[in-house]
Design a binder for this molecule. Structure first.
Ligand SMILES: [Zn+2]
Length: 218
């Protein structure tokens, strides 16, 4: 009898685990993973003595963080999501080109010692470019539907990473103080969650009925 009760209790425990705990773990694991990757790559960057290698790894980290963030947002359901994740990584990496443009030089030392922050590092860009991408591209070309979200993830994750050293820059208002390290990691972990929730809620919003347009057809 005792053996039977043990088997019954073990079975119900396993059922509880598979129904409640495992889905929760599989949902939260990617967020823990991105926090771990972020912290790990930052630590390697800091430990590097060679300025050139450190700059390359720092830039690569921007790309990796953005790429993983998009994987979390899209849940990698189609091959297209893989292309989008890689694109998101490339956009995040390419933002640092503005250092060289502002320095008018291809030398890393010139690019790293600018008097002011270069233009693509203004977080105001997100509030201007993302709505434009949504109105002019995403709403008209189904293939580019995810572009505004993808762009937002790439830019914001890059700015947050830079922000723990120099704060966020909101041109023309000014810059925030440097983001504390722990808070920056929390933001990096939270970013894909919020973008994913926003994307899902926007996609669920019903389109404005075509017949209602007649109200304005005067
Ligand atoms: Zn940067």
């Amino acid at each position: 009898m005792a053996d039977f009760l043990i088997i019954v209790s073990a079975t119900s425990s396993l059922r509880f685990l598979s129904k409640n705990v495992l889905p929760l773990v599989s949902r939260t694991l990617p967020y823990g993973f991105i926090g771990f990757v972020c912290y790990g790559l930052d630590a390697i960057c800091l430990s590097m003595q060679n300025v050139h290698l450190r700059a390359i790894l720092d830039n690569f980290t921007h790309g990796i963080i953005s790429c993983i963030s998009w994987c979390i947002v899209s849940e990698i359901r189609t091959p297209r999501d893989v292309i989008d994740a890689i694109s998101s990584g490339i956009i995040a990496c390419s933002l640092d080109v503005d250092h060289f443009v502002a320095a008018k030089s291809l030398k890393l030392q010139d690019a790293l010692h600018l008097q002011n922050r270069p233009f693509l590092h203004s977080t105001t860009v997100v509030f201007i470019v993302v709505p434009m991408l949504e109105v002019f591209l995403a709403q008209n070309i189904p293939y580019l539907q995810s572009l505004p979200y993808l762009f937002a993830v790439a830019i914001i994750s890059h700015h947050l990473r830079d922000g723990h050293r120099r704060g966020l820059w909101f041109w023309p208002i000014g810059s925030t103080p440097a983001i504390p390290y722990w808070l920056y990691v929390v933001y990096i972990v939270a970013l894909p969650y919020f973008v994913k929730e926003l994307k899902v809620s926007v996609e669920k919003t019903p389109d404005f009925p075509v017949s209602n347009n007649l109200l304005f057809n005067v």
